[in-house]
Structure formats: C-alpha cells, structure tokens
Design a protein around this ligand. Structure first.
Ligand code: FES
Length: 154
C-alpha cells in the first residue's frame, strides 16, 4: 500500500461518523450548561392567577399577636392579627431584595431575615436596607373567612 493512496471509503465514513458524534456531544454539553444560565437571566413571565381577592385564613386560625403567610396570586402575603384584635394584611415580599418577611411577635414588627430589615405594622420600612414600604392590602371578615383584597385606587 502506497503512502499517497486515499484511505478506503469505509475509513472515511467511520471518521465522519466519529466527528459527528463528538460534535453532537460537545453541542449537547454546551446547551446543557448555557440553558440554565439563559433561563436565569431571562426568567419566564410570571402569571398572576390570583385575581384581586383571596381567602387568607379562617376566623380563629390566628391568635392575637401572630402572623401567617398566605398565597396571594403568585406572591406571598402576610396576615397579622394584632394584639388589638385587628387584622392587617401586607405583601410579604421585602422591598430590598425580595425575601419573604415574617411577623415577629416578640418585636411586634415585621422582620426580614435576609438583611435584618424591619417594617412597622403599617408596612413602613423603619430600619435596615428596605428602601420602600410594603404594599398594604384590605382585609374583610366575610362569615368565618378572612378575605384579603388589593386596595382600590380612588
Ligand atoms: S431582602 Fe429584606 S432586608 Fe434585604
């Protein structure tokens, strides 16, 4: 066999098949690394299915001076029954970086554990990094249900 002789046709097709196989593997690996990164930077559109009103609790679910996280559409809400017996409902999404806040019965304030942000019971940001107050919702008692709704613009 001479050195300048072309390889037999089945060697060329095997080489081509190996190149396609390796190229496909590299492309699949790249796609598996890049897809999560792309989804992180371009998150899917959030669809708010909750409407303007939700039953956040039943009467008697909360003791005075306690709070409860409830789902309001695709976001968390915070329902508080104060020591005075009045319900308050606010968005539970911290205005700093979006952590979920909680009611601290020992402080009688709303607290964000992520960076020690504090809001008062009216949702005003009083300490820490949160730049804005929490959104306040309306609360109604309807029978034995505690109904939370978005405030209507006047
Ligand atoms: S996310 Fe709440 S204080 Fe930073």
């Amino acid at each position: 066999m001479c050195a300048d002789q072309a390889p037999p046709p089945h060697d060329a097709s095997r080489r081509r098949a190996i190149e396609i196989f390796l190229g496909g593997g590299i492309l699949a690996s790249l796609a598996s690394f890049l897809y999560p990164v792309l989804r992180y930077f371009v998150p899917p559109a959030v669809v708010d299915l909750g409407g303007d009103e939700v039953v956040a609790a039943k009467a008697g679910d909360l003791k005075p001076n306690s709070g409860k996280i409830f789902r309001f559409g695709s976001h968390p809400g915070l329902l508080i029954l104060g020591s005075d017996g009045a319900y308050r409902a606010l968005s539970a999404t911290c205005t700093h970086l979006g952590c979920t806040v909680q009611y601290r019965s020992d402080l009688r304030e709303i607290w964000c554990a992520c960076h020690n942000g504090i809001y008062d019971l009216n949702g005003r940001n009083v300490s820490g990094p949160p730049p804005r107050p929490l959104t306040v919702f309306d609360v109604h008692e309807r029978g034995d249900e505690i109904v939370v709704s978005r405030k209507r613009e006047a």
